[in-house]
Design a protein around this ligand. Structure first.
Ligand code: COA
Length: 210
């Protein structure tokens, strides 16, 4: 049975072997894979049958932007066409979503039909071909998948009247650590917060608003 799990240091050699097998001269040098593992090994997934590595996915997270990346994906020739590439992609999306990524980005060659199938089927968007994206004089497409709808709380702040919870509603939310919008109105101020951790954001926002 094939299982997908978080990779360990012992899996790194097998991951690098598949990377080199599937990407040839475009593969990451082993030291880069090792350093990526040191920085964010918890975003490395490995697909195994018994102890044999058949595929991997390497993710990463830009914590400033809360933007996840699928940095590399590979399935050994002999295991292709069975949905493994799709499962690895789905799993890395779930891992990044769990880490609060607001979107997942990736790059793909415009003629990589099987990879494009996976990404489009999973909802990734983007069809603009960027030339020389990796400074290698080759074309790439950057695709992104938006994640996470957040419940937002709108808080009406009236001068001298404390904080009054006005109403809740659901909005697409792009910022992470700040109130997403502050509106000054005649009768006070409306602050728009992410609902989770509201208490901690509301006091900071209160100061910011006044
Ligand atoms: C891309 C890759 C990971 C896909 O792995 P896989 O396990 O075969 O993927 P899946 O079995 O999940 O199939 C993916 C889709 O591609 C389709 N597909 C498979 N081979 C194909 C081919 N030769 N031409 C067009 N589509 C193909 C499948 O039908 C499937 O689409 P569907 O879900 O609409 O049916 C694998 O081919 C690979 O390692 N390629 C080299 C490395 C690479 O390109 N990585 C991605 C970099 S962006």
């Amino acid at each position: 049975m094939i299982t997908i799990s978080q990779a360990t240091l012992e899996d790194l050699e097998g991951i690098i072997a598949i990377e080199q097998h599937v990407f040839n001269t475009d593969s990451y040098p082993p030291f880069v894979v090792r350093q990526l593992f040191d920085i964010s090994g918890h975003y490395f997934l490995v697909a195994k049958d018994q102890n044999q590595i058949l595929g991997y996915a390497i993710g990463g997270l830009n914590t400033e932007l809360m933007q996840g990346w699928l940095l590399s994906l590979g399935v050994h020739d002999k295991a292709r066409g069975q949905g493994l590439g799709k499962q690895l992609t789905e799993k890395i999306i779930a891992v990044l979503k769990n880490a609060n990524a607001k979107e997942v980005a990736l790059t793909v060659y415009p003629d990589n039909q099987s990879a494009l199938n996976i990404y489009k089927n999973l909802g990734f968007k983007g069809d603009v071909v960027l030339d020389n994206y990796f400074l290698d004089h080759e074309d790439r497409i950057v695709m992104t998948l938006e994640l996470n709808w957040y419940f937002l709380m709108v808080v009406q702040i009236k001068r001298g009247a404390g904080v009054e919870i006005k109403y809740n509603y659901c909005l697409r939310y792009y910022h992470y650590l700040r109130p997403i919008r502050i509106e000054s109105l005649k009768n006070g101020t409306h602050c728009y917060y992410r609902k989770r951790n509201l208490r901690c954001y509301s006091s900071a926002a209160y100061k910011k608003a006044f």
